[in-house]
Design a protein around this ligand. Sequence first.
Ligand code: AMP
Length: 601
Amino acid sequence: MTGEPKINHASSDSATMLEKMEILDVEKVINEFEAMTKDAENVQRETLKKILEENGSAEYLQNLGLHGRTDPESFKACVPLVTHQDLEPFIQRIADGPPASILTGKPITNISLSSGTTQGKPKFVPFNDELMETTLQIFRTSYAFRNTEFPIKNGKALQFIYSSKPSRTKGGLFAGTATTNVFRNSQFKNAMKAMQSQCCSPDEVIFAPDFHQSLYCHLLCGLIFREEIQSVSSTFAHSIVHSFRTFEQVWEELCADIRQGVLSSRITFSSVRSAMAKLLKPNPELADLIHRKCSGLSNWYGLIPELFPNVKYIYGIMTGSMEHYLKKLRHYAGDVPLLSADYGSSEGWIGANINPKVPPESTTYAVLPNIGYFEFIPLKVNAEEQVQDKVDASFISMEPKPVGLTEVKVGEEYEVIVTSVAGLYRYRLGDVVKVMGFHNSTPELKFVCRRNLMLTVNIDKNTEKDLQLAVEEAAKLIAEEKLEVIDFSSHVDLWTEPGHYVIFWEISGEVRDQVLEECCNCLDRSFVDAGYVSSRKVNAIGPLELRVLRRGTFHKILDHYLGLGAAVSQFKTPRCVGPTNHKVLQILCDNVAKSYFSTAF
Ligand code: AMP
């Protein structure tokens, strides 16, 4: 490829026709979405019926006594709520082969590896054509709404997307991260073309065996096509921030490559080198321009629009554990809007962001009622009741009954249960969401946190969200010194008596001890959960400990997960590291530069 083939708009009528046909009919997508969400309850019934009819012959469903019934009432009566652990033996048999109808009617052909940041090791989940179709439907839906507010021209997208190390299961099934399964699918490229969002990098870069080389080339491709770039994206915001932090390190090398038209020797894979050779030509003017622009920036503020003058927005999942990266992302973005991408998981998609103008902190996701069958376990929001729950263990086992998609209530929090098109039935996803409103009759959900990610010593209960808020508060103290928390994690140390919370911080520079002592106290005070505060007051929980890490520690953690087969596109820093996640805990503990204990109580 000497540059991607340029579409000549005036070349011929038929070419223009073809081009028009290829572009997604945004109005049609929105109309279909509107119609479907007005009738969410029926669409849910129909979706469940379709899933059960298509998979009724699967061994799992056969054994549950449905006898061909497909109505929600029979389904709920016969099929138990399950976790990944319950389904693991079934999924393992699918992975081990031979092909059989175990969870789905048609045998599963691909396995997705979920990011595994929660459990410490990737989980296997089934992936099939039907799941691919729902993925594209989500992409189309949010694109249709996005493009109405932020229209893009037929340019290119700088997408920091990567493939995981491809592998085969014992039974010969392809195993990769869910995003890898999506990017490998032939339909993905066509869909991106239809959404005018074709990746500016060649496939060899996306599928390069080494993520560092892939990232360098993504940046280089972005610069080569800088005028055409309409959007900058990745699956998760973490990866976008990581990319531009890397840019800060390698920008002069990138300029040198562009100046000479010769790729840096750091790129060693011949497939990548030859793909890049087709794009890279000596261009001293471009190199000078980028050099000038970068040199003119103050602390890299507004880097993205400086590099890509026609960028319309930055796109990626920015809610939940990604919120921490928003500050840095805004710094790079200057006045370019940040738009959060959709809500889903390797197990299946849930909702689309149909209000792209809303800032990421307030983004909600409208559930698509035809991409799965959804149920919701009501959770209590009242802190006192939560404390009571902990004390009264028998109460905990009496979990409230799940309600249907259209039965959820505004303002309440729920755990999400998914019945997917890929063989998961009444599967507890482990995510907590809050219903913020309804779009027609489908709920708009705000992502709250992972349910099992919890700091707890005794009656205290602090979620990932509580941790994020505490870190945000304490980080203000170092922001006064123009420093930032690059990344953070936590752990409950029960080796000490009493147990205590440990917060790990990687900071962008040196901070005085006195300031870090204040940060530590501020963290301790910021956990306002009634159980925590009362336990701290009577020393039933020990003083919070802030451990400051050496620079690069979170890179080591990322590399560790990549080594396990994860892909950067799907990476989420583990916010709470459990005692069984030995390796990550070891990386954290081996890299502590300083540690402080709170004197707040
Ligand atoms: P994975 O299984 O690696 O695909 O990760 C899926 C998990 O990522 C979900 O269960 C959520 O916890 C989280 N996630 C996905 N989409 C979002 C989103 N839009 N906002 C917040 N968290 C998300």
